[in-house]
Design a protein around this ligand. Structure first.
Ligand SMILES: [Zn+2]
Ligand SMILES: [Zn+2]
Length: 344
């Protein structure tokens, strides 16, 4: 039997149509899906017809391509080879953005993939059969259209003036439709921006019905966070702090994604300073250990809006000025050197 007829195809079918037709028939006749012993025999016949047609079409395509530039021909050739010989489908790459907390703890993340599947309205042909004849819209029934070379046979209706098919409304003639598919992907804790996560078997389907699909490769980005930033696995928190509190020292609290960290500050100068809490940062992964927590302290001086506070600071300043050598030695040294003892 003619291989085109076997696969239900017109004699001018292209390689995509052949693959699509075979995939559709394989769903019905593949031994995994059809336990009838006759099904296996029929599947083998279909498979032979498919291999035969693909080989013919590709050798035609190669001949047609052989006068183009060599690199162009190689590209066509290698694209065809990868499409027909590899039993495994292509990998699919998708970006996903995680909140910092999601990356910290790990999470189950819904990922929506847009997968192409055969249009059910037209069964992949791109056309819908009409139950009535319709006047051809291109030639208005004349069967001929005007071109730069004069009148020519109308391509849309093949010169008939009417059609019994129209472009499929389900797929606009492409034969396939995008079907959103949602997966739940388990994100382990401790992944960072630019890490990849591979989900086996969720990539593109193989062109070969016996082949396996490719993998889904997710590229991660951690979205900016209003409080935390990351330096590698170190978790950085900026914290404003009373300048007087920095002078006195004591305990402060710093939020971290998994709770609150209490840190003791040594008395010291009220200036920007960084404290490190080892092993309290972003979780480790595989051989990489957990990061540190870095706290950047920023001194804040009181604003003088308040009368009472103003008076207290004025009297504090008097106390400091009464013995500058003790309380404000850099100021005192500077003044003695550049203004002399007389300024007092
Ligand atoms: Zn026409
Ligand atoms: Zn369709």
């Amino acid at each position: 039997m003619d291989p085109y007829t076997l696969l239900g195809l017109a004699p001018n079918a292209d390689v995509q149509e052949v693959k699509r037709a075979f995939r559709r028939l394989a769903m019905r006749w593949h031994p995994d899906r059809n336990s009838d012993p006759a099904a296996l025999e029929h599947f083998k016949v279909l498979r032979a017809a498919y291999d035969h047609l693909v080989a013919i079409i590709e050798s035609d395509a190669y001949q047609a391509d052989s006068d183009v530039a060599p690199d162009e021909a190689n590209r066509t050739d290698s694209a065809d080879t990868s499409a027909s010989s590899g039993p495994r489908g292509q990998d699919r790459v998708q970006d996903i953005s995680l909140e910092l907390e999601e990356a910290f703890f790990g999470c189950n993340r819904k990922v929506t993939l847009d997968t192409l599947s055969t249009c059910e309205v037209c069964d992949g042909s791109g056309h819908e059969a009409l139950s009535y004849s319709q006047l051809c819209a291109d030639c208005h029934g004349s069967g001929r259209t005007r071109s730069h070379a004069g009148l020519a046979k109308c391509v849309a209706c093949d010169g008939q003036g009417y059609t019994r098919t129209r472009t499929c409304s389900g797929c606009e003639g492409s034969g396939s439709v995008g079907v959103p598919r949602t997966l739940s992907v388990k994100i382990p804790p401790g992944l960072l921006s630019d890490d990849w996560l591979r989900v086996a078997g969720e990539g593109e389907p193989s062109d070969d019905p016996l082949g396996t699909p490719g993998d889904l490769k997710l590229r991660l980005t951690i979205a900016p966070h209003p409080l935390y930033s990351l330096q590698g696995r170190n978790l950085v928190v900026d914290r404003p702090m009373s300048a007087f509190r920095m002078l006195i020292g004591g305990e402060i609290q710093v939020p971290v994604p998994d709770g609150i960290e209490t840190v003791t500050i040594e008395p010291g100068e009220p200036c920007i300073r960084e404290m490190r809490v080892p092993n309290a940062g972003f979780p480790g992964r595989r051989s990489e250990p957990r990061g540190d927590l870095l706290i950047r302290l920023r001194p804040v001086f009181p604003s003088l809006a308040d009368d009472k506070l103003h008076k207290m600071i004025v009297s504090l300043e008097r106390v400091l000025a009464s013995d500058p050598a003790r309380h404000l030695s850099p100021v005192d040294n500077w003044e003695v050197r550049w203004l002399g003892e007389t300024h007092r």
